[in-house]
Ligand binder design. Structure first.
Ligand SMILES: [Zn+2]
Ligand SMILES: [Zn+2]
Length: 297
């Protein structure tokens, strides 16, 4: 499945390579040019090295889970479904009369409420948030947790590497001022690595903080970016049509914020939210997901 997605989306494949390269480059610079020169012979060298590498392992574990997990693809029917009854009736009536289930003309299947079609994956994804090239996968109901954990650990690792590089750079300037001859060779190379890692960490750090914030907002407001856009469009249409009073209908009811977070991160301890552990998918009102909805059409 991942091989197919990689072939379909070269941008996603490039982003995956860039992610792995950035992680290994950061680890190389931190160990080779930050920890070993600045903290050699000290317990801080091992401690910082261990903590930074644990963060990177968690980052890669969450990233792998986000990449390889099923985001919540709506299964395709084994046999072609006859939509003739549906087409003969009003499609609007069908959408409303069947608890929010809709028909995807591209997948030619029924899809549950809040599922949307992804043009890159060419499948309908349950509670689709967006298609992310950085994981070369959709962010949906079943892998959003791993995606957010990946953002969290990327943010932490970026912050940590910025702190380590800045402290090592300060140490280097001080030792140069004191006339330590050991630091003279390859000075420009070391500074170049420091600058590259700082730029990388700031760019990725800011990027993930923004997306992390958006993800949390979309969870606690119980509205994916696609739904936000649709609702905004409906509001615009409603405000532009002065003659008719069109009300924007929400497809789902408001739930407590903690319950919404638990739907994404699992129902276990909050501590488990930090780890890419499998949690049972939300039962969303007892809806069983299959190619055919549980009603007559
Ligand atoms: Zn579809
Ligand atoms: Zn997708």
């Amino acid at each position: 499945m991942i091989a197919l997605r990689c072939r379909r989306d070269p941008c996603g494949f490039i982003c995956l390579i860039l992610t792995y390269f950035s992680v290994f480059y950061a680890d190389y610079v931190v160990i080779q040019y930050v920890l070993i020169p600045a903290y050699s012979g000290s317990a801080w060298c091992s401690l910082h090295g261990a903590v930074f590498n644990v963060l990177l392992v968690l980052l890669l574990a969450c990233h792998s889970k986000a990449v390889f997990s099923d985001p919540g693809m709506v299964p395709l029917p084994d046999t072609a479904i006859d939509f003739s009854d549906l087409r003969s009736q009003s499609s609007r009536k069908n959408e409303r009369g069947c608890e929010g289930w809709t028909v995807c003309s591209r997948c030619e299947t029924y899809r549950p409420p809040r599922a949307h079609h992804c043009r890159v994956c060419q499948r309908c994804i349950r509670r689709m948030d967006h298609h992310c090239p950085w994981i070369n996968n959709c962010v949906g109901e079943l892998n959003q947790k791993y995606f957010i954990q990946f953002l969290f650990y990327t943010g932490l690792a970026s912050l940590y590497s910025i702190a380590l590089v800045v402290s090592a750079w300060v140490w280097r300037i001080r030792s140069e001022r004191d006339g330590d001859p050991n630091e003279a060779p390859s000075k420009h190379l070391i500074v170049a690595h420091y600058i590259i890692l700082l730029v990388e960490s700031v760019l990725f750090g800011v990027f993930v903080v923004v997306i992390f914030y958006d993800q949390l907002v979309s969870i606690i407001t119980d509205e994916t970016p696609i739904e936000q856009m649709k609702n905004r469009l409906m509001k615009d249409r409603a405000s532009s049509s002065q003659h008719t009073h069109t009300t924007v209908t929400h497809t789902h009811t408001r739930k407590p914020k903690l319950a919404l977070l638990r739907e994404v991160f699992g129902r276990g301890s909050v501590l488990c939210w930090l780890f890419p552990l499998h949690s049972s998918p939300p039962s969303a009102g007892g809806i069983s997901y299959s190619a055919l909805p549980d009603y007559d059409v």
